[in-house]
Design a protein around this ligand. Structure first.
Ligand code: SAM
Length: 246
């Protein structure tokens, strides 16, 4: 099995944030939001942990509005999707600056709030803030993802829903390279250290395996069958808040 190699801290956060924003995430973001809306209740308050340029909060507000207006078919879980309030949090100020621009472009400034938060800090957010806590491809950035999972559980209201998706570390270098070839865009002679292929390669090496995330779930009292492989490179956790020991 490949050992986990944690992500190096960004050398140039502005360059990396810009490089991330330039990649095309539209389809994976849409898939994330549709899977979230299709498979359970959402909101009215939602927190996105590690929101990056806030493209998922924006897609969520847009698609939820379409469902609420009857313009998009979606299973009815009894949620009032017409008035979602979303908070996007991220540690990286450069990402939050990009997010602010995206919110202005999309006209969602009044609906989506941004805050600088380090997911390693369990006191960074109040308890029981939201009915739904979401996060996409963030845990692999953290040396100790258990802290962020504890924070996620803490910010959920009783009965609230946790929906987290991240990459899964492959078993071999060959499998990493196969996924980079499939999903990292075209190969070039001089691969940029902040190009999509290298970022994906690094992220796959830093990702948790399914059994590693299951160990974390066990420690939090969440049933391990709530996490499943949902693509050739992602796992998804969808569960309600476990009991919290005081
Ligand atoms: C791969 S990006 C994903 C962004 C967004 N979730 C999306 O799907 O577009 C990972 C994000 O995690 C953020 N991040 C990394 N470490 C963090 C930490 N300790 N606290 C908060 N955010 C963090 C990064 O700044 C970055 O915006």
């Amino acid at each position: 099995m490949l050992p986990r190699v944690c992500e190096p801290p960004p050398v140039d956060p502005k360059l990396e944030a810009d490089a991330y924003r330039e990649m095309d995430h539209e389809e994976v973001n849409r898939r994330f939001v549709l899977d979230l809306l299709e498979s359970g209740p959402v909101g009215p308050r939602v927190i996105d942990l590690g929101c990056g340029p806030a493209l998922i909060p924006i897609a969520l507000c847009e698609l939820a509005e379409q469902v609420a207006n009857g313009n998009l078919d979606c299973a009815d879980h009894g949620s009032d999707l017409s008035n979602l309030e979303v908070m996007g949090v991220d540690q990286c100020i450069e990402m939050l600056e990009l997010a602010r621009v995206e919110l202005e472009f999309s006209g969602r400034v009044g609906q989506i709030q941004l805050e600088q938060v380090d997911l390693n800090d369990l006191d960074a957010l109040q308890s029981e803030l939201a009915e739904t806590v979401i996060s996409n491809t963030v845990l692999h950035h953290l040396d100790n993802p258990t802290n962020a999972m504890r924070l996620a559980v803490k910010t959920l209201r009783p009965g609230g829903r946790l929906f987290i998706r991240d990459l899964c570390r492959p078993e071999s270098d060959e499998e990493v390279e196969r996924l980079v070839d499939l999903h990292g865009g075209p190969s070039t002679d001089a691969e940029s250290p902040v190009g999509p292929r290298q970022l994906l390669r690094q992220s796959l090496h830093a990702a948790l395996t399914l059994s590693e995330i299951q160990e974390i779930l066990k420690s939090l009292g969440i049933e391990t069958d709530r996490v499943k492989m949902t693509s050739d490179r992602h796992w998804t956790l969808d569960c309600t808040r476990p009991e919290i020991e005081n």
